[in-house]
Write a protein that binds this ligand. Structure first.
Ligand SMILES: CC(C)(COP(=O)(O)OP(=O)(O)OC[C@H]1O[C@@H](n2cnc3c(N)ncnc32)[C@H](O)[C@@H]1OP(=O)(O)O)[C@@H](O)C(=O)NCCC(=O)NCCS
Length: 281
């Protein structure tokens, strides 16, 4: 498992004298949060850019279209709100997030054993928070794109064969399953697309996911994958790399925390948040 150090110039340093947080998320638990932002939706309208850092606000404001600004706001707000119930004493806007030398967003010291990742696609944002595990999450919309073209570039031969053998209506879904699993794995490794996607090879059978080939000799053990359809229009893949099995809880909806206020006192498993939650292993 990689210990993330943050690139010089990326993160701001924690305030002097700040003590590490009292964690409310136990080791061995991962929490996935999902949100469906929509322009004009009242719950999306409650999201506030005051919870973002100034660089995040600047980035958000550079998007030309309102729906892109909302997607960015929703993803980063979701993440900051999801982090806060996991550590006492830290409000959403206070999290100090930097980047690793490979460009992966990571928690800056002194909170560097709290790991996270986020993903956004049309109509859905998702994030995962976990202690002491590398994690990657990817969501994609099932519609759109020329899968025949892109399949040849990103799928391994065995995956291509499986996609081509599937009944035509199921081909796109299977392609999206492979694609999101590869992205989640690559994001958990944190190296971006420097890893060759066609050498990250998966088999899927219902909910069962197996990584049958790794792109290199590094960290081949301890991987855990989860995949499902969070909405009828999206597929989600989660990759976790930990020394021991991790229990995953999925929460749907925005973690409640009014701008400037602390989130509600967390209960074990962060289950104090509203919306549906279910556990998976
Ligand atoms: C990270 C990456 C896989 C994202 O894939 P994506 O499906 O386009 O986008 P997603 O919505 O799923 O994820 C985006 C989020 O991943 C996170 N992310 C960015 N770089 C990351 C990395 N190296 N590892 C893990 N997560 C990363 C960020 O939080 C980003 O959201 P933000 O830009 O709003 O902060 C991809 O952009 C990437 O690898 N970038 C690195 C640069 C690179 O290798 N480029 C290849 C050029 S050929």
């Amino acid at each position: 498992m990689a210990a993330h150090s943050c690139a010089a110039g990326g993160p701001r340093q924690a305030k002097p004298g700040r003590v590490p947080p009292r964690f409310a998320i136990p080791r061995g638990e991962a929490h996935v949060w999902l949100g469906e932002p929509a322009v004009g939706d009242p719950s999306s309208a409650e999201l506030s850019s005051a919870e973002l850092s100034q660089p995040e606000r600047d980035r958000m404001n550079r998007f030309h279209f309102a729906h892109d600004r909302l997607l960015y706001l929703a993803a980063h707000s979701l993440l900051r709100r999801a982090l806060s119930p996991c550590a006492l004493d830290v409000a959403p806007s206070e999290w100090v997030i930097g980047t690793t030398p490979h460009g992966r967003p990571a928690m800056a010291a002194p909170w560097d054993d709290l790991h996270f990742n986020l993903s956004h696609t049309h109509g859905l944002v998702a994030c995962v928070v976990v202690r002491d595990a590398d994690c990657g999450i990817d969501v994609e919309a099932l519609a759109g794109g020329d899968i025949a073209l892109i399949s040849r570039h990103v799928l391994a031969q065995a995956e291509l064969v499986a996609v081509r053998a599937a009944p035509p209506p199921a081909r796109r879904d299977l392609f999206c399953r492979f694609w999101t699993l590869k992205e989640a794995y690559v994001k958990a490794r944190g190296h971006g697309f420097a890893l060759p996607l066609d050498r990250c090879v998966f088999t899927v059978d219902g909910r069962a996911v197996t990584m049958v080939e790794h792109p290199d000799q590094v960290d081949q053990d301890g991987w855990q994958f989860m995949q499902y359809l969070p909405t009828p229009r999206h597929v989600l893949a989660l990759a976790l790399h930990a020394a021991a099995p991790v229990t995953v809880t999925v929460h749907t909806g925005w973690p409640v925390t009014a701008a400037g206020r602390r989130p509600p006192a967390p209960r074990p498993g962060c289950a104090s948040a509203p919306g549906a939650a279910h556990r998976d292993r």
